[in-house]
Write a protein that binds this ligand. Structure first.
Ligand code: HXC
Length: 517
């Protein structure tokens, strides 16, 4: 008694046809250009022999426009589960060699089934986009398929992390699936993403533009803020996804992969004291502060090229995974503007959804003044930061390095806005507004009438600064937990994280708040 050999032969042949995608010649053509195939990407992402494929034999049911009777291997998308860092991750990877990776009814069904599986089992989703968009031959079935994918993206949001790799074309409405996910990685020179490309823009508006201007990784990484990471090639994109996953929990009920040691090192770091410039006018490079604060000096920076006046990213402090949000005084003096507000608010929301403690570093002179900012809605955008921080229930630790003025001080997670612990360096300037502005308002008449108005103004600024632009009024009013030497920042924050890690904060049940969008 044994299984009929012909059945096994048939199975092997079917498997080989699936593995060949759009044909061995097409696969080789891509590889010769240094571009991975859909299956190469899956293999590179996962630990060896850990991938289990779902629906390999699914194929389309269209009967029109030349696709009739045509077999589309895996219906142009490889789906399944494999292991990254010892944890299961769900992947779908579009196969451009099969009908241009286009999305039809069965293609969409495979993606949706995978997402349902990932949500039920509590594992992250990675989607590799490489597609000509809706499969034109399938008509509204394709449109409906996109609708279902978007719906599943939204259901998965906040339940499991979703990462999108844009590895090829991602055009029109198709771009909304990645946009609904948490992190987008885009490959420079190989991928493009747009709602309407140069041809449509020219036809409708008469505006001339290039694909690079509207759809390249550099445009989305530095100008539109639509993506989070730029990769140089497929391998690099996969490395970024793997490193990103190393900071994230598998789902919203899990803790992130903390690696605490048994004891926190309480030794001081004199190098941190030396980083503080002598006058508050000289900018402090906050990246140097972060480097000394986090384990191995390693910040996994997110959206590095966009809204550079604020830094966001993941790191570990004495093994505890944290999300870092820091003003960068080297760019636009560290002011908060529309883009910086959007960037940081969304990051805070992600960290809160996935139990990642927040460490906020403050050196902010205020919101960026300007007609464009006001007319662009800085009130609405800045409010996102206030909302995101106040709504977050994860541990929130704030360290005030230097300037912390006005509404921007509140927006950077002050105690009143819900920080669990706030520390300040002695160089902190916590005040309702900057010294120059305050002196001008309070003593305008006196300055004007003085024999030497310039000298008098300087005196009043100095007087205001010494009385108000310090950490001491805030400390006396219980607005900060402690004033610390810069050299003690790392041990202080490490202790604060350990002490707040078991925090449980419940809020009255409601459908959801109404964040200003
Ligand atoms: C069916 C498609 C397809 C599609 C490409 N192909 N896009 N088949 N539906 N949407 C097929 C091609 O016919 C070709 O088949 C193969 O894929 C490779 O395509 P090429 O054009 O030869 O490749 P390339 O020169 O690299 O150009 C890639 C491309 C181009 C830029 C993506 O194919 C293109 O512009 N496609 C159409 C893009 C588009 O307009 N999509 C929007 C659809 S409507 P053969 O058999 O010759 O190899 C839409 C709305 C969705 O997406 C809304 C959702 C909310």
């Amino acid at each position: 008694m044994a299984i009929d050999k012909a059945l096994l032969k048939d199975l092997a042949e079917r498997r080989a046809r699936v593995a060949a995608g759009g044909g061995l010649a097409k696969l080789e053509e891509r590889r010769s250009k240094g571009i991975m195939t859909a299956r190469d990407r899956v293999e590179a992402l996962f630990e060896p022999d850990s991938f289990q494929e779902f629906g390999a034999h699914v194929t389309h049911h269209a009967h029109d426009f030349g696709l009739s009777g045509k077999y589309l291997p895996a219906d142009a998308v490889v789906t399944g589960v494999g292991y990254v860092g010892g944890r299961p991750v769900a992947v779908f990877s579009q196969d451009f060699t099969v009908a241009g990776g286009s999305l039809g009814k069965m293609h969409a069904q495979k993606i949706c089934n995978l997402m349902e599986y990932a949500m039920q089992s509590g594992m992250p989703i990675i989607g590799v986009n490489d597609s000509g968009g809706a499969r034109i031959q399938e008509g509204v079935d394709s449109l409906s398929g996109y609708g279902q994918v978007f719906h599943h993206n939204v259901q998965a949001s906040g339940l499991v992390p979703q990462i999108s790799v844009i590895a090829g074309p991602c055009a029109g409405g198709a771009a909304y699936s990645p946009a609904l996910m948490d992190f987008l990685i885009m490959i420079r020179g190989q991928a493009n993403m747009f709602i309407t490309g140069p041809d449509v823009i020219r036809a409708v508006t008469g505006q001339q533009c290039t694909m690079d201007e509207v759809g390249s990784a550099d445009t989305h990484g530095a100008v539109s803020g639509n993506i989070h990471f730029i990769a140089e090639n497929d391998e690099h994109a996969i490395q970024i996804a793997q490193e990103l996953l190393s900071f994230l929990p598998s789902n919203n009920l899990d803790d992130p992969p903390h690696r605490p040691g048994s004891k926190i090192s309480m030794s001081a770091d004199p190098g941190m004291d030396e980083l503080v410039p002598e006058t508050s006018k000289d900018p402090l490079d906050v990246l140097k502060v972060i480097e000394r604060l986090v384990d191995d000096g390693h910040l996994f920076e997110v959206q590095r090229d966009w809204a550079k006046n604020i830094i966001i990213g993941f790191a570990r402090i004495e093994g505890i995974v944290v999300g870092i949000i820091a003003n960068q005084p080297m760019v636009k003096a560290g002011t908060l503007d529309i883009d910086a507000s959007d960037k940081s608010a969304r990051f805070v929301r992600f960290c809160n959804a996935f139990n990642i403690p927040l460490v906020t570093l403050v050196d902010v002179p205020g919101f960026l003044p300007g007609v464009q900012q006001e007319r662009g809605g800085i009130i609405r955008h800045g409010a996102k930061m206030l909302f995101a921080y106040a709504a977050a229930t994860v541990p929130k630790i704030t360290l005030i390095l230097r300037k912390a003025y006005g509404g921007a001080y509140l927006a950077m997670c002050s105690k009143d806005m819900g920080a669990d612990m706030v520390f300040a360096w002695p160089s902190a300037e916590i005040a309702v507004m900057g010294a120059e502005g305050a002196a001008n308002i309070l003593f305008r008449k006196e300055i004007k009438e003085a024999a030497d108005p310039v000298a008098r103004a300087a005196e009043m600024v100095a007087e205001y600064r010494s009385r108000f632009a310090t950490p001491w009024q805030a400390a006396e009013n219980n607005m900060i937990t402690d004033v610390i030497e810069p050299s003690m920042s790392r041990p202080t924050i490490a202790l604060a994280l350990r002490n707040t890690l078991s925090k449980r904060e419940t809020r009255p049940p409601k459908k959801h708040g109404n964040i200003p969008l």
